[in-house]
Design a protein around this ligand. Structure first.
Ligand SMILES: NC(=O)c1ccc[n+]([C@@H]2O[C@H](COP(=O)([O-])OP(=O)(O)OC[C@H]3O[C@@H](n4cnc5c(N)ncnc54)[C@H](O)[C@@H]3O)[C@@H](O)[C@H]2O)c1
Length: 438
């Protein structure tokens, strides 16, 4: 088998395996699938609208959030969407949907008869929630990233195996994987249309901070003290322990595309990153995360992936991926185009417009649950999350290390010992050269 055949075959194997019919949470083809949502924020409510658009033969039976106020501020988005699309209140009814809040909300929603749970809570909670979802025998839609540190990565690899054993479907919020334009162009790369792959670059340059203020959501009315756990969770994109930092939380999308193009069989060998934090980013109000990262992932055999992630207001935005081959290159951007170009500058192929990926991912999950054709897209997300985590670890420490060392030896664990409201002192901003690699 040559390198190209290997890339293509390994991708197909990892995306969907045709396993025996009938999953643990059994659903018949025309049943109304019962759905529960954990994390009623921007993406959680957006994901529910996307799911309803994908297949309205569902019923949102329950929602859970740490903070009760989110029901009032965010659930109307779903009712407004249903009203606009003339969706029956059999699908969603803001008054009768069960609402659970507080630290026990997740246990409570899992004791309902939901078939499928959407988890759109902050990344640090994903492994704990997923473990409970699997133990409750429910299918899952998990937002990205998979988790925030290597300790959680190990837990997630075990849990995805458990989900496979229990035949519980899992689809993740790496929506590019479900976009027809991306699927076609990645297949063309794997079929050798740009020749042998020489290098890859990926970018998430965002012209603003993701977190407090960016989306106009100041949370000062609830909690003003950055040293309080409530402040940190409400402003989770600003804090390393809650988000994993934006190289993990956002840029994981672009890293995932490169690993996908490489056939989901290659992980980095050596990692070297630089990063820092803008003087303009007030500490501790905007947490302890970095503003920018640039990472050289040595993928072995002379192949490198260069990854760039930044969040600085009024800087130029660029979100996309470039895979460079001996005969040409591709450039992909989810909300732009996916094009293949030769070295004479001719566009050899350009994807036609595709169905909204955020809808298609739910269509794929619901179809799999109905048909019994097993789907589990979690492993590639864990790989991409781990890759991003190693980039962060290298940037914070200023050190180069072997990727295998991180997975087998790192003891990094960001989760606080106890999850309860009150003081939770935040760490100082990491200083490369001083920060320990653990
Ligand atoms: N796939 C995508 O394109 C995409 C886009 C945006 C966000 N996301 C991901 O979705 C997730 C949520 O992001 P968001 O923008 O909706 O954030 P958000 O802050 O708007 O929503 C998160 C919600 O989770 C709740 N929450 C916090 N801790 C909880 C806990 N322990 N149990 C239950 N609920 C809890 C919060 O109160 C909040 O309502 C993140 O992982 C983010 O990376 C994915």
């Amino acid at each position: 088998m040559n390198r190209r055949e290997f890339l293509r075959n390994s991708t197909l194997i990892s995306m969907a395996a045709s396993l025996p019919k009938f999953s643990f949470a059994q659903v018949k083809a025309d049943d109304r699938i019962k759905v529960g949502l954990i994390g009623c924020g921007n993406r959680g409510c957006g994901a529910i609208c996307n799911m309803i658009e994908a297949d309205s033969n569902i019923k949102i039976i329950a929602v859970a959030d740490l903070f009760e106020d989110r029901f009032k501020s965010h659930l109307p988005r779903i009712s407004n969407f249903c009203a606009q699309k003339k969706i029956s209140d059999e699908v969603f009814n803001i008054n009768t949907v069960k609402k659970f809040s507080g630290w026990n909300a997740v246990d409570e929603i899992l004791s309902t008869d939901a078939d499928l749970i959407v988890d759109a809570s902050p990344p640090v909670f994903r492994p704990g929630h997923f473990e409970k979802i699997i133990n409750a025998g429910k299918h899952a839609f998990l937002e990205k990233p998979a988790c925030v540190d290597v300790t959680q990565v190990r837990q997630m690899y075990k849990l995805t195996k458990l989900a496979q054993e229990k035949k519980l479907c899992v689809v993740c919020g790496t929506q590019r994987r479900h976009h027809a334009g991306y699927q076609e162009i990645i297949k063309r790369v794997q079929d050798g249309e740009i020749g042998e792959i020489l290098s890859a670059d990926c970018y998430w340059h965002q012209g603003g901070y993701f977190g407090q203020g960016l989306w106009g959501e100041y949370t000062d009315e609830f909690c003003k003290d950055p040293e309080e756990m409530e402040y940190q969770i409400r402003n989770w994109p600003c804090f390393i322990w809650t988000s994993g930092d934006h190289i993990v939380e956002q840029h994981v999308h672009n890293i995932d595309v490169v690993l996908w193009a490489l056939g989901d069989s290659k992980l980095p060998k050596i990692v070297r990153s630089v990063g820092g934090r803008s003087n303009d980013l007030e500490y501790p109000k905007y947490g302890d995360r970095f503003s920018h990262f640039a990472t050289d992932f040595d993928m072995g055999d002379g192949l490198h992936m260069h990854s760039y992630a930044s969040q600085d207001p009024k800087t130029k935005s660029q979100v996309g991926e470039r895979i460079v081959g001996t005969k040409g290159y591709i450039y992909t951007n989810l909300y732009g185009t996916q094009t293949m170009t030769d070295y004479k500058g001719n566009v050899i192929w350009k994807a036609p417009s595709s169905r909204e990926a955020l809808v298609q991912e739910h269509a794929n999950l619901l179809a799999a649950i109905r048909s019994g054709q097993y789907i589990n897209t979690l492993n590639p997300l864990i790989n991409a999350t781990l890759t991003a985590i190693t980039g962060r670890m290298s940037a914070y420490s200023g050190l180069e290390f072997k990727f295998d060392w991180a997975l087998s030896k790192s003891r990094e664990s960001l989760m606080p010992k106890e999850l309860k409201f009150g003081k939770n002192p935040i760490s100082p901003i990491p200083v490369p050269g001083k920060n320990q690699l653990v």
